[in-house]
Ligand binder design. Structure first.
Ligand SMILES: [Zn+2]
Length: 101
């Protein structure tokens, strides 16, 4: 539900100016971010290879298609490397690109 509502909000803000993978990145970040700490920790324990470090190389259409949970976790972990989450998401929308650092 959070995931789909995020898609709707991004569409309201950016319309068709962003690629579909940008929609998925932002929805993944918000979806995992909306989990309570226990649920998020459980998710990360199930996928230790993707949650232990910032795997920005996982943030692409191919990974989303073949391993969507790896993409979702990698998106959240990537987003956490930015100190200002709102600024980060605004930049992702305005540049139509997933920033990495
Ligand atoms: Zn989606």
């Amino acid at each position: 539900m959070v995931h789909e509502m995020t898609h709707a909000k991004v569409h309201a803000i950016a319309g068709h100016k962003v690629d579909w993978i940008i929609y998925e990145y932002i929805a993944a970040v918000i979806q995992v971010g909306s989990l309570d700490a226990t649920s998020r920790a459980s998710l990360f324990r199930a996928f230790p290879n993707f949650s232990a470090q910032n795997n920005s190389g996982m943030l692409n259409e191919i990974i989303y298609a073949i391993a969507p949970l790896a993409f979702v976790i990698s998106a959240y972990v990537n987003s956490q490397s930015f100190p200002d989450q709102c600024k980060h998401i605004r930049k992702v929308i305005s540049t139509n690109a997933i920033a990495t650092q």
